[in-house]
Design a protein around this ligand. Structure first.
Ligand SMILES: [Zn+2]
Ligand SMILES: [Zn+2]
Length: 63
């Protein structure tokens, strides 16, 4: 049996060859990996809610 074992991140479904690589990945924030519902048109930052996006756009881009 030499099937390739894949370690997959539960949050973003990215696959890794080693458990250590997956753990290192999971230790990082998943802001971009997690499916963003809303993306800032000006800088591409992802947000979960339209109000977060609106607050961001108002604060950073004066939109
Ligand atoms: Zn992930
Ligand atoms: Zn932005």
């Amino acid at each position: 049996m030499d099937a390739q074992v894949v370690f997959r991140c539960d949050a973003c479904s990215r696959e890794f060859e080693t458990l250590e690589a997956r753990r290192a990945h999971e230790a990082e924030p998943h802001l971009i990996a997690v499916r963003p519902g809303f993306t800032c048109a000006a800088c591409g930052a992802p947000f979960r809610t339209p109000s977060e996006l609106a607050a961001h756009a108002r604060a950073l881009h004066s939109l």
